[in-house]
Design a protein around this ligand. Sequence first.
Ligand SMILES: [Ca+2]
Length: 213
Amino acid sequence: MRTNVESLILTLGLKPKKITATMNLYSLFFTICMMTWGSTCAAQLIFNNPSFEDEPSDATVPMGWFPCEPGTTPDIGPGPWGIDLEAEEGETYVGLITRSDGTYEAIGQRFPDVLEKELCYTFKLSAAACDTYSGFNGRVKFRVWGGTKKCKRSQLLYESETIDYTEWKEHEINFTAEKKLKYVIIEAYTDEGPIRGHILLDNITNITKCNKA
Ligand SMILES: [Ca+2]
């Protein structure tokens, strides 16, 4: 009795003696597909507008993101305020500031899917600074939070070093969710007293599960 694969191969006009070799190729192809989907495709969560693409503009939250702090008016560069760095990915990126009165900007979005308690996740994000941010040239850090509700800071996922470089650098964010997390929040941050500073962010990768629990 022919299998469906054999019937398909015969229908396609392949000679019987080539079937075994062809089926081996099918098996190899199937195995590669399973490995690919199992380890990467199926486990990945994709952010909404992860590259902060939008019209370059001041005081605009990029599409797919929302403000998470009063007075959050991010800038989409390059262009506004003299921000001249080229995007690391695509055409644009987002700039968040800290102010001399201690306030700062933060943006967030819902995770593509709920992050499950006690599971390990990882994603990457690129950051830089520039020397032309219209009076907000101070060097600060950024922090990434996970939230159980919109804009709620439930778990600190990452705190960067001071972003004092004007070329893009990738930051890897690894964490184990302490509870179910539904939202991400990214904020400009400084622990050296209020200063007029900024960070530039671009190119968040997909979230993948890591192997450790
Ligand atoms: Ca971008």
